[in-house]
Design a protein around this ligand. Structure first.
Ligand SMILES: Cc1cc2nc3c(=O)[nH]c(=O)nc-3n(C[C@H](O)[C@H](O)[C@H](O)COP(=O)(O)O)c2cc1C
Length: 409
């Protein structure tokens, strides 16, 4: 791949795992140079880092003969990663402090290039409001955070804060470097909506959000800029995907409108399982309750839900979008439908929504694991593309989107 990776280590016990990441990156043909804070060198020796990369580790902002390294290194690097990133360094970077080499590199780096952070700390440090606020701030500045792992940390506490696994970190670094033929901005929706019945109960469906999350992760790995609008709770995507969440139909509709009218997207992959019905009223013992109000007490009386049909969000995606050439991918799920019924359902959806593609799958065809037999039907009438797994679907859709979409800028 022949890319330059600037690898900044800070003072965490997870430093030994970072050595494995560096070793993998070097073996995969990347040029790696390391910077270590003073604390990092308490955990990993300079000889290890030099042995792994072939270059001396840099630690000192004022090292004789290397006084401008914080500028030169940022020019040299295609990507910068802080791994492991301590609570201290994350908070310092969020404050814009530059009194050491790591802080100076952060402020001096070219913000058009990716800057990744792989945190590692104990659960209390990770959940401390100072760290939470620092992470939010850095994300707003475009820094990409790798997800932390959950489990037993070195201090014996159990919770979130472990460094991501080495191969996940390698994958995230390479994903940040991927340069597709055309870099698209894609909005993916996923998961099922939850329609409030009362203050605690909802009407929802069995969607896991996995298809949308997998598609979003794959597109991001191919170097596209992806926003995943996913249901709470639903499967999450990889670190390089920006996420927003929704719960109800109303929240999803509002988020779609805001995102599509506010930003230029080249394509929307609308994989969310949106409720066809909303709760209009809840009738109990002759009393009509508005949905989403206080928790209703349970009792022997029957409860009647009055449902109303909800509009089809997929029909208005293009008209809401700043990009009137938006490529729209709609999804159609059937349950044990005969081929003629499938064709009719797909044709109706293509006509009604003016989607460019419809991904059809039938509940009866689904197996376990990664199986996801689906077909992509095309508005232009070309033969459908058959896919056996979610991975096949992601590969085929990416090719269709790149061939069809006209990105700006
Ligand atoms: C044995 C040991 C393990 C540590 N592990 C971590 C850690 O995993 N994450 C963390 O945020 N701090 C950890 N610390 C504390 C940091 O090393 C300390 O905050 C240090 O000042 C960080 O400096 P730096 O961010 O400049 O590297 C550890 C300290 C010790 C003594």
């Amino acid at each position: 791949m022949n890319t330059n990776i600037l690898f900044i280590l800070t003072g965490s016990i997870a430093g030994f795992k970072a050595c494995e990441v560096i070793s993998q990156l070097v073996q995969r043909g990347h040029g790696v140079r390391t910077v270590a804070t003073k604390a990092a060198l308490q955990f990993v020796g300079p000889a290890t880092l030099e042995g792994l990369t072939g270059s001396a580790v840099m630690t000192d902002l004022f090292a004789p003969g290397a006084a401008l390294e914080h500028i030169n290194l940022t020019r040299w690097a295609d990507v910068i990663i802080v791994c492991p990133a301590t609570a201290n360094t994350i908070n310092r970077l969020a404050a814009g402090l530059a009194d050491d080499l790591a802080g100076s590199l952060f402020l001096a780096h070219d913000r058009k290039k990716p800057f990744l952070i792989a945190p590692a700390m104990n659960p209390a440090m990770w959940s401390h409001p100072a760290t939470v606020a620092a992470v939010d701030r850095l994300k707003q500045w475009g820094v990409c955070f790798l997800p932390v792992g959950e489990g037993r940390t070195a201090c014996g506490e159990v919770g979130e804060g472990r460094l991501a696994e080495p191969m996940e970190i390698v994958a995230a670094v390479e994903a940040s470097l991927a340069k597709p033929v055309k870099r698209l901005r894609v909005l993916v929706t996923s998961g099922g909506t939850s329609e409030p019945i009362d203050g605690v109960r909802v009407l929802t469906n069995t969607s896991t959000g996995r298809t949308g999350a997998d598609l979003a992760s794959y597109l991001a790995r191919q170097g596209h800029e992806v926003v995943l609008l996913r249901a709470r709770p639903a499967a999450i995507a990889e670190a390089t995907v920006r996420e927003e969440t929704f719960s109800s139909f109303a929240e999803l509709a509002a988020a779609l409108k805001r995102l599509l009218s506010g930003d230029h997207f080249d394509a929307v992959v609308h994989a969310a399982a949106v409720s066809d019905f909303g709760v209009e009223a809840v009738v109990s013992a002759g009393v009509v309750h508005q949905p989403g109000g206080a928790k209703m007490e349970s009792g022997p009386e029957p409860v009647t839900l009055r449902l109303c049909a909800l509009p089809k969000l997929v029909d208005s995606l293009r008209s809401q979008s700043r990009n009137r050439q938006l490529t729209v991918v709609a999804f159609k799920l059937t349950a044990g439908a005969a081929p003629a019924a499938v064709s009719a359902a797909v044709a109706t959806l293509l006509k009604r929504s003016s989607a460019d593609f419809v991904v059809h799958n039938d509940l009866a065809d689904r197996g376990s694991g990664g199986d996801f037999p689906a077909s992509i039907y095309r508005r232009d009438g070309a033969a459908e593309v058959r896919c056996a797994t979610r991975r096949d679907l992601a590969v085929a859709l990416e090719q269709l989107l790149v061939a069809g979409a006209q990105p700006v800028g």
